[in-house]
Design a protein around this ligand. Structure first.
Ligand code: FAD
Length: 420
């Protein structure tokens, strides 16, 4: 096993040094899991953000609504890091010297490592149209972004959301609930096009329209216009239509932060390329979370996911490897989104379904089971947490299920799990 890392085959008590670049969900969890597993070497957790490590999901939910303040987003209280002997360092890593096994920060300081974990995450894409830097035009990735957006929303009357992905729609629901007029502009013909089936997308279209939000699909933004004070005042679409706006949110996706890895000569392509153990081509460097492109256990194709579960799962796996228990990453992906009082939960990964069966539809919700042939690929559950939990377990255990079995009268995912 000497091909793994320099640490994993050594006694877990032997001091060494792990440096983690990025203190988001993945970086923080790597450090925490190393300590939980008894790693006694030095852990340095380097953060480019000037706050304690925090979770991002509430930024487009409770925090935006004013139901949580910033300290409630922290993954751990400040005392945790001292208690666990995790050196939390503020600063941006600008270079990796792989020969010397050192990282250098923008302020000139450097940290040596036996193992380096890249947890650099992703950054929000911005709009590539004239006027994109006007005041009142926002992206939503960091706590700082969320604070600016929350302040802007408090005084906004008309919001335009560009992009009907999860972040765009979550913001749209909060903005609408706060009394703002909301228009969502989406280039594709439906919302959540990359991430959910047509059936589930149609449900969210109805939900937002019922709340009074205007949804414009198949429309591109051409320019943003401002007033004499430099604040956004309108969004111009490619067909010439102008939408008045005093707040614009660009919810057009995120780009993985791979520059550091690329400059160090590591393979990147849609993410930092890692193997099933989440190791880069350098046995002393791993990558986790949103920045990592890893082989999908079923297809072998490279996959990059943006979810808490993925970042946490990756982090735990790397900590296990570095403390002597290597394994391949094969966790079933899952995700959730809250919009109005609706919770969507997705288990598995739809790599291209050819059959969809709707289960248990009632006034509150339903689940959609997506099949590729007779293989269950993913389950989308709207307000059906029991289905979601059962689906996660059925998918993790590769339980055989066919569309015909699921469509039969009285079928229940929970019963099927018990009968397995
Ligand atoms: C608004 C919002 C809502 C979300 N909602 C959900 C949800 O409901 N459910 C869900 O599962 N997921 C959700 N996500 C996604 C989830 O939060 C991310 O997948 C997760 O945070 C990824 O963790 P990470 O550690 O890989 O990256 P990040 O959390 O992005 O952390 C990366 C950190 O690395 C730092 N960094 C980058 N480069 C350097 C450098 N050179 N030096 C030092 N530091 C560096 C960055 O500044 C950042 O702090 C949401 C994300 C956002 C933005």
């Amino acid at each position: 096993m000497t091909h793994e890392s320099p640490l994993h085959h050594e006694p877990r008590t032997r001091p060494g040094s792990v440096v983690v670049v990025g203190a988001g969900q993945g970086g923080q969890q790597t450090a925490a899991s190393l300590r939980e597993r008894g790693y006694q070497g030095r852990i340095t957790l380097i953060s480019a953000e000037d706050t304690l490590p925090y979770e991002r999901p509430p930024l487009s939910k409770a925090y935006l609504k004013g139901e949580a303040d910033e300290s409630q987003l922290w993954l751990r209280p400040v005392t945790y890091y001292g208690r666990k002997g995790i050196d939390l360092v503020g600063g941006t890593v600008t270079a990796i010297d792989r020969g010397a096994r050192t990282v250098r920060l923008a302020d000139g300081s450097h940290y040596d490592y036996d193992h380096l974990v890249l947890a650099t995450g992703a950054r929000a894409r911005t709009l590539d149209v004239p006027g994109a830097s006007l005041r009142g035009v926002h992206t939503l990735r960091t706590a700082r972004d969320a604070a600016a957006l929350r302040a802007s929303l408090a005084g906004a009357r008309r919001a335009v959301v560009v992009g009907a992905g999860f972040i765009g729609l979550e913001f749209a629901s909060v903005a609408r609930e706060s009394g703002c007029e909301v228009t969502v502009v989406e280039a594709r013909e439906r919302p959540l096009a990359r991430v959910v089936s047509e059936r589930t997308a149609a449900h969210f279209t109805r939900l937002h329209r019922a709340a009074g939000t205007r949804l414009l699909y198949g429309r591109d933004v051409a320019a943003l216009h401002g007033n004499s004070l430099g604040a956004v005042s309108a969004v111009e679409l490619a067909d010439g239509q102008r939408l008045p706006a005093d707040l614009v949110l660009a919810g057009v996706g995120a780009t993985p932060c791979t520059e550091l890895a690329a400059a160090a000569g590591l393979r990147v392509g849609g993410g930092i390329t890692v193997d099933t153990r989440l190791l880069t081509g350098d046995p002393h460097i791993s990558a986790v979370g949103d920045c990592a492109a890893f082989p999908h256990v079923r297809s072998g194709s490279l996959l990059r996911l943006e979810s808490v579960q993925n970042a946490v799962g990756h982090a735990r796996l790397v900590a296990e490897r570095l403390t002597g228990e290597p394994r391949a990453y094969d966790e079933t992906p899952w995700f959730w989104s809250d919009q109005f009082s609706t919770t969507l939960q997705i288990a598995g990964l739809d790599e291209g379904h050819d059959a969809a069966v709707v289960l248990g539809e009632d006034a509150d919700g339903f689940s959609v089971l997506l099949f590729g042939g007779t293989t269950l690929l993913a389950v989308e559950s709207v307000n059906r947490p029991g289905d979601h939990l059962a689906a996660r377990q059925l998918l993790a255990r590769d339980v055989e299920l066919s569309p015909d079995e699921v469509a039969a009268e009285g079928f229940s995912l929970r019963d099927r799990l018990v009968r397995r």
